[in-house]
Design a protein around this ligand. Structure first.
Ligand code: NDP
Ligand code: HEM
Length: 481
């Protein structure tokens, strides 16, 4: 055993004191170092998605999609790419119970030969908002009230009832799928529209789907209360435990692909994060399978320090005009620089498994040599053999137009058809439970807010509004609409 400076340690049991009953001497640097390190063991938790569970695995391609994308990870059937997955709840803090009703994060990092591709999605195909300016407001309503320091059902339903675009996601959240038994038993979705581009310079819009091969398994509110009473860590136990036992969870990977110019024709905005693309219009195309087969050797180093960002794309995969995606391209890397430090991408779990060349200099945690390719090449262009650009990986140009303005994103937007379609898919039993889950979450919410929200349920499907009213009556919760 040594100090952090490498000097051997003679005694790790007893502090250095002036006599057996005397005070500790200032020169006991071993003690000082030990206490100082403990004081620095915590880093800020993620501002959202703080509670999480992760594992390593592989993506294996089973079907050729190279006609859509030149991304090398999809280059050949049978090709396998190492990856990391981190699942999470959105609102709970680092110590939150796992089995809470919430959307689950479904974040994937693929260590490809052309850099890391991060697909930072959820277990739902849509989201609560379609304009990123509303994200911090929305998250306020999910986190603790500034005075009571409690979660506030009033804030949540106030915001949702004033934001009809949330109805689709709220319906999924309150349905059976709102509390999966563990991450193994839920689907994942890239949620946003991204793009693919191929060797011919053609662009396609794309949505990613990951269907659980373990089947869907969910918990009722009552099941979840029992589980949480027994263990707050049910997801970690299930995911870590199954991988330790060699029972590796798998998801089938699909894409929906839309030719670039179709985006001008669809009745709905295909870049609206509150909408899905109906399967009948854009069928699922099978791509491959992801399998998680290795637990982290150290949770903090490899899961807590994992930094996923929608800004991490690779040649052949691109962004889309989705407004929320555009904001996320900023938000994540910014969060990592704050939460982990300037050189977070050089941490082992985040470091690409391909050569890296850049000219970013110095800063805290600079524990590696700047990988420019040559010692005298510390700027670019240079005459000393430093790394240079490669025009062959340029994305095809994207035509954009329009007046710069703050357009009302609710004008003429149909927020009700797709939630209504989902409600009708659920069938009578699930519809009843949906109503009950919603009513249960409305305890303590003022009647005028409930009334406003009932109007949204009615517009999606009158039977939806009725099932919630019935459940509100059963729980004796006041409403007038
Ligand atoms: P389809 O009839 O082709 O498929 C229905 C979809 O609903 C399936 O993907 C199914 O997932 C999913 N589903 C079933 N129960 C739930 C639930 N409680 N929460 C979330 N998803 C659920 O549907 P369409 O494509 O015509 O779309 C109809 C509605 O289905 C949409 O408005 C949307 O709400 C929902 N949906 C659509 C998706 C899409 O990408 N088109 C994706 C997910 C949901 P599974 O196959 O895993 O059982
Ligand atoms: C985590 C911002 C929307 C999925 C985070 C983090 C931030 C953030 C700052 C913490 C990052 C970290 O510290 O590591 C935003 C903003 C959004 C938005 C500003 C909208 C404007 C979304 C959407 C999805 C999503 C639409 C899914 C479709 C996730 C996931 C994580 C996360 C899965 C956790 C990643 C991990 O496991 O480390 N988000 N988010 N977010 N977000 Fe978002």
């Amino acid at each position: 055993m040594t100090t952090t400076a490498g000097a051997p340690i003679a005694d790790n049991q007893n502090s250095l004191t002036a006599g057996p009953r005397g005070p500790v001497l200032m020169q006991d640097y071993q003690l000082l170092e030990k206490l100082a390190h403990q004081n620095r063991e915590r880093i800020p938790e993620r501002v959202v998605h703080a509670k999480g569970w992760g594992a390593f695995g592989t993506l294996t391609v089973t079907h050729d999609i190279s006609r859509f994308t030149r991304a090398k990870l999809f280059g050949a059937v049978g090709k396998s790419t190492p990856m990391l997955a981190r699942f999470s709840t959105v609102a709970g803090e680092l110590g939150a119970a796992d089995a809470e009703r919430d959307v689950r994060g479904f974040a994937l990092k693929f260590y490809t030969e052309e850099g890391n591709w991060d697909l930072v999605g959820n277990n739902t195909p849509v989201f609560f908002i379609r304009d990123p300016l509303k994200f911090p407001d929305f998250i306020r309503t999910q986190k603790r009230h500034p005075v009571s320091h409690l979660r506030s059902a009033t804030a949540a339903w106030d915001f949702w009832s004033l934001s009809p675009e949330s109805l689709h996601q709220v319906t999924i959240l309150m349905s059976d799928r709102g509390i999966p038994v563990s991450p193994r038993f839920m689907n994942g979705y890239g949620s946003h529209t991204y793009s693919f581009w191929n060797d011919n310079g053609e662009r396609f819009w794309v949505k990613f789907h990951f269907k659980t091969r373990q089947g869907h398994r969910t918990m009722s509110n009552a099941d979840a209360a029992t589980v949480i009473g027994q263990s707050r860590e049910s997801y970690q136990e299930d995911l870590f435990g199954s991988i330790e036992q060699g029972d590796y969870p798998r998801w089938t990977v699909f894409v929906q692909v839309m030719p670039e110019l179709d985006a001008d024709k669809t009745a709905y905005n295909p870049f609206d994060l509150t909408k899905v693309w109906p399967h009948a219009d854009y069928p699922l195309i099978e791509v491959g399978v992801i399998e998680l087969n290795r637990n982290a050797d150290n949770y903090f180093e490899e899961i807590e320090q994992a930094a996923f960002s929608p800004s991490n794309i690779v040649p052949g995969i691109g962004f889309s005009p989705d407004k929320v995606l555009q904001a996320r391209i900023f938000a994540y890397a910014d969060a990592h620089r704050y939460r982990l430090g300037t050189h977070y991408e050089a941490l082992p779990v985040n470091a690409p498994k391909c050569p890296v060349h850049h000219y970013h200099k110095d800063g805290s945690m600079k524990f590696f040599r700047t990988p420019t390719g040559a010692a005298d090449a510390y700027y670019e262009p240079n005459s000393f053999g430093g790394a240079t650009q490669d025009p062959s990986v340029a994305e095809p140009p994207l035509r954009l137009s329009g007046d710069a303005d703050r357009f009302n994103h609710r004008d003429g937007n149909d927020d009700y058809s797709q939630p209504g379609a989902l409600f009708r898919i659920l069938g009578a039993e699930q519809q009843r439970r949906l109503g009950q889950n919603i009513a249960a979450s409305m305890k303590g919410v003022p009647a005028f807010i409930i009334d406003r929200q009932l109007g949204h349920f009615d517009k999606a499907d009158p039977a939806y509004g009725q099932s919630v009213r019935q459940a509100l009556l059963e729980l004796d919760i006041e409403f007038t609409a």
